[in-house]
Ligand binder design. Sequence first.
Ligand code: PRP
Ligand code: URA
Length: 216
Amino acid sequence: MNLNTRYPHLHVIDHPLVQHKLSIMRSRNCPTKDFRQLLREISLLVGYELTRDFPLTRRHIETPVAPMEAPFLSGKKVVIVPVLRAGLGMTDGLLELIPSARVGHIGLYRDENKQPVEYLVRMPKHLEDRTCIITDPMVATGGSAVHAVDVLLKRGVSESNIRFMSLVSAPEGLDFFFRAHPSIDLYTCAVDEKLNENAYIVPGLGDAGDRIFGTV
Ligand code: PRP
Ligand code: URA
């Protein structure tokens, strides 16, 4: 079955620029500096799609030539929520698009059984009145993604105000995510083949956090 039929809230960003940049990142020879820069650039491009339906309102302005009713963003204020560590690599690109966004942090790591372990949550106030964009480049088993969404839901954010932005996903992770949260929009740039025995995405790009921060 077609992925979009199975998961109506899955958005695969197949723009050629995104695909080209991702292919460079995947290579084991891509240096840390380039990996970080490309992730930032891709985040900006995916952010453009992810914000496409943000609501607008008209306000009166005067150009040097004539008055007009000009469109301005009118929706809820945005919070970007990187999942540490790797989600931090997608934050700057999004902040370039939405400079006024607040930033919350969720710290998670995968234990020896690949279960997410939470070690930090810091959120701005009035979270329930905001649109939250969770960033994490990798959706492998999907455990971290589901946990991150649950953190926001527990703090009163409604499902319709949560979007998830990733880079590479495994089919297993998407299945786990959409079973838990079928109506949350998840943006990714590639759906890879499978997970390996260590729950790494194949072909994937390795450990995203290590590659962003040079801790390989
Ligand atoms: C990576 C990645 C996700 C998680 C995905 O983080 O950034 O958060 O794994 O795996 P899952 O879908 O199986 O939960 P990791 O736990 O390696 O932590 P790090 O970003 O600090 O390196
Ligand atoms: N986390 C990563 O960084 N990469 C994977 O392939 C799986 C989990």
